[in-house]
Design a protein around this ligand. Structure first.
Ligand SMILES: C=C(O[C@@H]1C=C(C(=O)O)C=C[C@H]1O)C(=O)O
Ligand SMILES: [Mg+2]
Length: 441
């Protein structure tokens, strides 16, 4: 269908780029054919490698790699969005994420905040794939930029099929242990503690160790296939390390001044029998402890949105059914005041009480004091930001993978009425999908 090699087509466009085009941001595009974006990403040598797909049906799939710019803070990202917006013309997409708690050391190769304007984008929308080369000329020497762009094109490798990840024998270690967990839940649900801190989301790190871990892109591709209604993300900043996940939770989506966010909290498992499953859902919606978990989230989001927006609307409670769990969700819509930026939203909203707690600082203090594992980018933020629209997920239901270890993370909102054993089981339900893909289900 496309007689020209897409890389060749981009090279030619680059060579014939007129002087007048060399201002601000430039995106060169060519149609291409691709089977699996993750299969393509998996064989590339250029870093970083990023995959992103929002949870909505028909959402655009992005596989991006290399960098035109890197941003280590929300302020620098916002300054660049504004600078390119002022120049006008086509605007880029920025991809990246943030750690759960910038106030703690986090993961070794994952900065507290890291967004990139990628060099190469492979996008698929309604079955049509496009390969793009990004350039910019406002902040650098044009000839160097063109040389670097050529070098990145030269480094691209043809897609190869992903081989399915083979189940292996893993050694499992949980931090905290169930015994420690019980002690923490008892502390948080103590009358005295609840009085000043009504909700703390406690988490667990499950370390799976083996001689050779699976290809993260093969794993994500399998995970995605069974995770309808979830976001899908993957990022490799260093060659032997990846962070992947299929989170059901949206931090926010902004289209111009329209904002959509949500309170997703309160959990039960799934039943095989349809009637039994509906009964579990009805019980969840009526359950006091679970309703309280959700209420803590929407109340804080509403109060954070108040100074930034008008016409804030809180939707009804409803059930979101995932493969192994069901959750209570309430959608929130708002109209942002003029000039409210992604920087402001990303400074105000995360970590929401869906993953942190209420009040934020005292919940974070409990987490910092007790959890020995580093949350890093677990329970942080991942997504796409641009001038016109942004969409970001909360990074739960995720795995950090290096050459020997897979680290799985799960948390549970602890409020009045939480029982340690039930909450521990909730953690297991939240990692059930990925555990079964690894042959540990
Ligand atoms: C913290 C996680 O999930 C959060 C906690 C939930 C709960 O306790 O009911 C439900 C959804 C998320 O808000 C996680 O999956 O790791
Ligand atoms: Mg819960």
């Amino acid at each position: 269908m496309y007689p020209t090699n897409p890389i060749e087509a981009l090279r030619r466009q680059l060579d014939t780029l007129g002087e007048s085009a060399k201002k601000g941001f430039v995106r060169l595009n060519t149609p291409c054919q691709v089977d699996s974006l993750m299969g393509w990403l998996s064989v590339q040598r250029v870093l970083p490698r990023i995959y992103w797909r929002a949870r909505d049906e028909g959402a655009v799939e992005y596989a991006v790699l290399g960098v035109v710019n890197v941003f280590g803070s929300l302020a620098s990202l916002q300054a660049d969005l504004a600078a390119l917006g002022d120049i006008g013309g086509e605007q880029p997409d920025f991809f990246g994420g943030m750690a759960f708690d910038p106030g703690t050391p986090g993961w070794a190769h994952f900065p507290a905040c890291h967004f990139v304007l990628p060099r190469i984008e492979l996008k698929r929308c309604q079955g049509e794939a496009t390969l793009s080369l990004n350039l910019r000329f406002d902040d650098r020497c044009p000839s160097t930029e063109i040389t670097q762009a050529h070098a990145c094109l030269d480094a691209l490798v043809a897609e190869r099929p992903l081989s399915p990840p083979l189940p292996k024998a893993y050694q499992r270690e949980d931090s905290p242990s169930q015994k420690e967990w019980t002690g923490w839940v008892d502390q948080v649900t103590h009358q005295e503690h609840l009085r000043h801190t009504p909700k703390v989301v406690l988490s667990r790190e499950t370390c799976l160790t083996t001689s050779e871990t699976p290809n993260p892109w093969a794993l994500l591709s399998r995970w995605q296939a069974g995770a309808a209604g979830c976001f899908n993300f993957g990022i490799q900043l260093t060659p032997d390390e990846a962070f992947i996940g299929c989170p059901p939770e949206r931090l926010y989506k902004r289209e111009g001044k329209h904002l959509i966010t949500e309170a997703l909290a309160g959990t039960t498992h799934r039943a095989r029998d349809v009637q039994q499953d509906a009964k579990l859902a009805a019980e969840l919606l009526g359950d006091r402890k679970n309703t309280l978990e959700n209420q803590c989230v929407y109340q804080q989001i509403l109060s954070q949105l108040e100074p930034l927006s008008h016409h804030v609307h809180l939707g009804d409670s409803h059930i979101v059914k995932l493969r192994s769990v069901q959750h209570i969700r309430r959608l929130i819509k708002a109209e942002l005041h003029r000039n409210v930026t992604d920087q402001q939203l990303l400074s105000a909203l995360p970590p929401t009480p869906a993953v942190g707690g209420v009040p934020r600082e005292s919940a974070l203090a409990f987490i910092r004091q007790h959890e020995r594992h580093q949350r890093g980018w677990y329970a942080g933020v991942f997504g796409r930001v641009s001038h016109a629209s942004s969409d970001l997920a909360v990074t739960i239901r995720c795995a950090h993978i290096d050459s020997e270890t897979i680290r799985l993370y799960a948390g549970a909102g602890i409020v009045a009425g939480s029982q340690p054993d039930e909450e521990w089981r909730e953690l297991d339900s939240k990692i059930a999908d990925i555990m079964s893909l690894l042959g540990m289900g």
